[in-house]
Ligand binder design. Sequence first.
Ligand code: GLN
Length: 304
Amino acid sequence: MQQIVNSSYCYAKSWLNEGEVADYIPELCKVDKDQFGVCITNLVGQTYGSGDFEQKFTVQSICKVILLITALKDVGFDAVFARVGMEPTGDKFNSIIRLETGSGKPLNPMINAGAIAVSSCLKGTNVEEKFEKVLAMANALFGKTDTEYDKSVFLSEQTTGDRNRALAYMMRSGGVFENNVDEILNVYFKSCSILASCKDISHMGAVLANEGRSPTTGKMIVDPFFVKVVLSLMSICGLYDASGEFALRVGICAKSGVGGGILGVVPNRMGIATFAPRLDSKGNSCCGIKAMEYLSQALSLSIF
Ligand code: GLN
């Protein structure tokens, strides 16, 4: 397995200079653009990593999976899906158009509008209380106890996040939720700024691959029904408007983030994570997709 992970790293590294680092969040431009890591965690908690697999980065949209699990646990399936849909979208991850032309409810929890709606479901009297729940879930999924968020990235998103603010106000005016917009956005921005390495994220993938049970402690972390919900949404919407092509070429349940990370889950087999900051035009890591493609072929991982 270690050799295959190393080969996926060497293969995908040829695409290291392709794409651009996300610059609409100014703080993300400061990362070392040449970092690249791949990691697999299997269902007995063994880890196989290559390159910068222990380097921490902000999870960005990978937090949408953590937020969804936290909200499902907090308020249940019906309350969450009263505010967000379960259909894929062919639009960009931060698109506003369907909020105007559709029912007003965001299409799914894996796009920005959907994740903001999911954040609005969390119970708690203030941002800290709500974010505490997200961080506790991140710790459990990563198999850690000391997960932190990057304050500079959080502030950078808060200062420049007008598009997300617009999405939130559109949803509030359409009756999706009644919460204070700044409060919801602060929970969402802090969640996007959570720091994790490929090793941590592949552990999270292994928990989901293991029907919700930690591969290292054996503890049940996510209700198996919620695992099904999350994995089906990842497989149809996890890479935004590139989800269809990824399903055909790779066939792994996945979620990407503009920090350059990709979480992959192969049910009953393993969790996979990749990290390389340069992104393609759809906001997905170029090297990461290539590494996933390689691993899928070498290990016959497609779920289809
Ligand atoms: N924090 C980013 C945003 O809200 C997350 C987007 C992403 O990773 N696709 O725009």
